[in-house]
Design a protein. Structure first.
Length: 403
């Protein structure tokens, strides 16, 4: 569900950009308000999870996300962009609590040696949501053609009212359905009997006693360089992945690339996120044999190379090279997460909160890329994620080492 909801932003951005006649930078405020919630809510969520345990955190997160979806109804009715941005923040706050609760829970449910593999498998289902979302969003949200500013001005009062009502319904129905589904999942989790593990418990492995000794005199998780560098890696990775996804529909509409309509381009977004899903299922198996850091280094290098190809090519080559980045994004988040929380012992909960706060990269990098897209063009603005993948190469090479 959180993969589905996050990816649905990519479909809603061009819709809102056209309805409210926004620049690229203004349209990227959607991602800013969505991902800034990770920065604001993550650390408080970490403390909350320590009080109500992982299962409680998941349930509360689902309920808050459901409330956020409900806010899209008045936002669409009132045709209010600020209210849309508020709804994105509330929705993302619920998703943040889900991340803070579920990710460390998955790593703790088994030995640390296979934590990356286990988290990659769960993230593969996240990618299933991101793969389905473009089809769902294109079918409901982009099915109604959006008029230009000049066309809107030419409408009389009745025609304008009819047009705005159609645009509102296009957004309201999908998010009402999502609110109902999230509420239903929250009820299911409340009834499920899950293994009860305290949030302060160290990772379960053969060296847990040694790990606890190493962390006994450590003031906080911030004392570990591999955690801090890993959090920066999450910041850059999420920002890069979201930046690419946010610009895909507009990029594929460029005459020199594919010249696709918004609806046709929306279907191709599924290839980007679908590649991540395939890569995660493959990675979940492969990473039981391959060291996570080596897999991270390889994937980051390949992603960077494909973005560079995108910048300096056009037509089918540029189209498929940028879509292919999704395949190599696949294992990055779970691998960065598991490498960053390794050997944190009793500071694992705090480390998880720090890492989830770093997801705010999704709020920062897309607007930055939007500013460059407005000034130097959407294609050349992809240099922003290219530099991001270069840093992740460094983390996979040296930055992940525990000191």
């Amino acid at each position: 569900m959180w993969g589905f909801i996050t990816c649905l932003n990519d479909i809603l951005i061009p819709h809102l950009k056209a309805v409210f006649t926004l620049s690229y930078a203004q349209a990227m405020l959607v991602q800013f308000c969505f991902f800034i919630a990770y920065f604001v809510v993550s650390v408080p969520s970490g403390y909350l999870v320590e009080k109500i345990d992982y299962k409680g955190g998941i349930i509360v997160g689902l309920l808050v996300a459901s409330l956020g979806c409900l806010l899209f109804y008045p936002a669409a009715s009132l045709q209010s962009y600020p209210l849309f941005l508020t709804a994105f923040f509330v929705l993302a706050s619920g998703i943040t609590l889900l991340q803070v609760s579920a990710n460390p829970y998955v790593t703790i449910l088994g030995p640390t040696e296979t934590a990356s593999s286990r988290l990659t498998m769960t993230q593969a289902f996240n990618s299933l949501g991101t793969t389905l979302a473009p089809y769902f969003g294109t079918l409901f949200i982009l099915s109604t053609a959006v008029k230009s500013a000049e066309e809107i001005k030419a409408l009389d009062t009745d025609a304008l009212s009819t047009y705005q009502a159609a645009q509102a319904v296009a957004v309201q129905s999908p998010y009402l359905l999502l609110a109902a589904v999230l509420l239903g999942i929250a009820v299911i989790f409340a009834l499920l009997k899950l293994p009860k593990i305290q949030a302060s418990r160290p990772l379960a492995d053969s060296d847990s006693r040694v790990t606890e000794d190493l962390t006994a005199d450590t003031v906080s998780a911030w004392s570990y360089p591999h955690l801090v560098l890993g959090a920066l890696g999450i910041f850059i990775y999420v920002g890069s992945e979201v930046s690419i996804g946010s610009f895909l529909i507009s990029f594929l509409g460029e005459p020199s690339i594919a010249h696709l309509s918004e609806q046709d381009a929306g279907h191709y977004v599924a290839f980007y996120w679908g590649g991540a899903m395939v890569g995660r299922f493959i990675g979940a198996l492969a990473m039981q044999k391959i060291h996570p850091a080596k897999a991270l280094l390889f994937n980051a290098f390949m992603a960077m190379s494909l973005v560079i190809v995108t910048i300096f090519s056009e037509g089918e080559i540029a189209k498929w090279s940028i879509l292919g980045v999704g395949l190599f994004n696949s294992i990055m988040f779970p691998t960065l997460f598991s490498l960053a929380v390794k050997n944190l012992g009793r500071h694992t909960g705090q480390g998880s909160g720090i890492i989830c706060a770093a997801i705010v990269g999704g709020a920062i990098l897309p607007p930055i890329q939007g500013i460059f897209a407005d000034s130097i063009g959407i294609q050349h603005a992809f240099f922003v994620p290219a530099l991001g993948y270069l840093y992740i190469c460094y983390y996979g090479w040296k930055g992940h080492e525990v000191k």
